[in-house]
Design a protein around this ligand. Structure first.
Ligand code: SF4
Length: 182
């Protein structure tokens, strides 16, 4: 029987900067690979979020119907959800649009701004019509089991949290600060 755990990483409403920090784990990914398989991630193939995930690491906030359905599915299929980064934890940059009416934001982005895209998204693009009026953090839609704050969180912190979970321990973020600052 395969005793390796299953990890998934997902990007919802974020800038992918948190995923860049995951990549900054560098060669320590080999330590992770001994204990777990990455079964879904922007950096591996596979479209559908699989069943039986042990740890889902989710970047970004919930901004649209698509994100809402995705995080619900992730919750259903994962034992642990880790909210990765300030957008997932408290909306952060993604939530800056909450101060303005949605239509004003769409007009500003797609009508009034100068763009180099010959065929960019149109203001009536169906994807835009499914945007929610307000951006919300993950925990307003599903139960979140652990948060990693930061914009982006450091690779050291991400690795520490992952490694603790993979060894069946609950991470204690103050331990990372002790390692850094003594
Ligand atoms: S927390 Fe920062 S780095 Fe991560 S997705 Fe949001 S803006 Fe990007």
């Amino acid at each position: 029987m395969d005793s390796k755990k299953k990890i998934a990483t997902v990007c919802l409403g974020g800038c992918s900067g948190c995923h860049m920090s995951i990549l900054d784990i560098d060669e320590r990914i080999l330590d992770v690979a001994k204990l777990a398989d990455i079964v879904k991630s922007p950096i591996v193939d596979g479209k559908e979020f699989p069943e039986g995930v042990d740890i889902a690491i989710v970047e970004g906030s919930v901004t649209s119907d698509e994100h809402w359905h995705e995080i619900k599915l992730i919750r259903k299929r994962s034992k642990f959800i880790v909210a990765l980064g300030d957008c997932a934890v408290m909306t952060n940059v993604t939530g800056m649009r909450n101060y303005f009416p949605l239509q004003e934001v769409i007009d500003e982005a797609y009508k009034n701004s100068v763009s180099n895209d010959a065929e960019g998204a149109e203001p009536n693009d169906p994807a835009l019509l499914k945007l929610h009026d307000k951006v919300v953090p993950l925990q307003e839609v599903v139960k979140v089991d652990f948060i990693i704050p930061g914009c982006p969180p450091s690779a050291d912190t991400i690795f520490y949290v992952l490694f603790e979970f993979l060894n069946n321990r609950i991470p204690n973020l103050s331990e990372v600060n002790k390692l850094k600052y003594g």
